[in-house]
Write a protein that binds this ligand. Structure first.
Ligand code: HH2
Length: 275
C-alpha cells in the first residue's frame, strides 16, 4: 500500500509516524509571533531527528472547548512555518478546516491536508482536487466547542465507518485519487471513553474500507481518563494506544512523543512487519 503525498510516494509497508507541531500561542505580539515561528521550526527539526515520517502543522486548536481562530490569524501562524520547512526532507501536512488555508498551504509546499471536517466545507474538496497533496478525512460529531457535551451513537463503529466510506466516495467522485486518501475515526471528537475504546478495539472494521487509517490517540483525554494523568504525563499510555492501533490496522500514527513512538513501532514492525 502506498500514499501519494505531494511529491512523496510513501510506502505504508511499515507504520508511519506523523509528528505534531502546534503553532497556537498565548501571545499575539509581533515578537511573540517571530518566536512562535522559530520554536515551531526547531520543534519540527527535532521531530524529524527523532524519526517523524510526516509533520503535521496546526494553527487552530481543536481540543474540546477550543475556540475557532480567524482566517488571517491561522494563515499568519501556519504559512511562515511551512515555508521554512519546504525542503525539510519529509512531507508536511497542514491541519486545517479552512479551504483558503488549504489552498495557500499547498501552494507553499504542503504535501497533505489534514482536515478534521473531512473536506466537507464548501470549497474544501476543490482546494485539494487539482493538486497532488494527500488528504486525511476525519470523523467527528459536532464541533470542538461543544462536541464532548453529549456524544450519542446507536452503533459508533458502524456510523463512523459509514461516514468515512461516504466521504471517501465523495472525494473520489470529486476527482481525488484513492491513493491520496487517508481516513481517521477521530478519537475524542464527539466521543465518550466507551465510544473511543469501541473504535480502537474494532479499528480493523475501519481499515477494511481499504484506505490507509490514521490514528490520533497521543496524549488524548481518553488516556487521562484511564490513567488519571495530565496531558504531559501520558506518554506511556500513548505508546500503548499507538501499538494497539497499529496492531488493529492503523498505518499512520499521529504522535507528540515521536522518539518513544518510533521505538515502540520498531518493535511492532520487527515482530509483525513483512520480511
Ligand atoms: N487530533 C487533534 C488534532 N488534529 N487530526 C487528525 N487527523 N486526527 C486526530 O485525532 C487529531 C487531528 C487534536 O489533538 P489534541 O491532542 O487535542 O491536540 P494536538 O494534537 O493538536 O496537540
Amino acid at each position: 500500500m502506498y500514499l501519494q503525498c505531494g511529491k512523496f510516494r510513501l510506502s505504508l509497508e511499515r507504520p508511519l509516524i506523523m509528528g505534531v507541531i502546534n503553532v497556537t500561542p498565548d501571545s499575539f505580539s509581533d515578537g511573540g509571533r517571530y518566536v512562535l515561528t522559530e520554536q515551531a521550526v526547531a520543534h519540527a527539526r527535532a521531530l524529524i531527528e527523532e524519526g517523524a515520517d510526516i509533520l503535521d502543522i496546526g494553527g487552530e486548536s481543536t481540543r474540546p472547548g477550543a475556540l475557532p481562530v480567524t482566517l488571517d490569524e491561522e494563515r499568519r501562524r501556519v504559512l511562515p512555518v511551512l515555508e521554512r520547512l519546504a525542503d525539510c526532507g519529509v512531507p508536511v501536512s497542514v491541519d486545517t478546516q479552512k479551504p483558503e488555508v488549504m489552498r495557500e498551504a499547498v501552494a507553499a509546499g504542503a504535501s497533505m491536508i489534514n482536515d478534521i471536517n473531512a473536506l466537507a466545507a464548501p470549497g474544501a474538496l476543490e482546494a485539494v482536487v487539482g493538486t497532488s497533496a494527500a488528504a486525511c478525512l476525519m470523523h467527528k460529531q459536532g464541533d470542538p466547542q461543544t462536541m464532548q457535551q453529549a456524544p450519542r451513537y446507536a452503533d459508533v463503529v458502524k456510523e463512523v465507518r459509514d461516514f468515512l466510506a461516504t466521504r471517501v466516495e465523495a472525494a473520489q467522485r470529486g476527482g481525488v485519487d484513492r491513493e491520496r486518501l487517508v481516513i481517521d475515526p477521530g478519537f475524542g471528537f464527539g466521543k465518550t471513553l466507551e465510544h473511543n475504546l469501541a473504535l480502537l478495539r474494532e479499528l480493523a472494521q475501519i481499515a477494511a474500507l481499504g484506505v490507509p487509517v490514521l490514528a490520533g490517540l497521543s496524549r488524548k483525554s481518553m488516556l487521562g481518563k484511564i490513567t488519571g494523568r495530565e496531558a504531559g504525563e501520558r506518554v506511556f499510555a500513548s505508546i500503548a494506544a499507538a501499538v494497539i492501533a497499529v496492531e488493529n490496522g492503523a498505518r499512520i500514527v499521529r504522535a507528540h512523543d515521536v522518539a518513544a513512538t518510533r521505538d515502540a513501532l520498531a518493535v511492532w514492525n520487527a515482530v509483525r512487519g513483512k520480511h
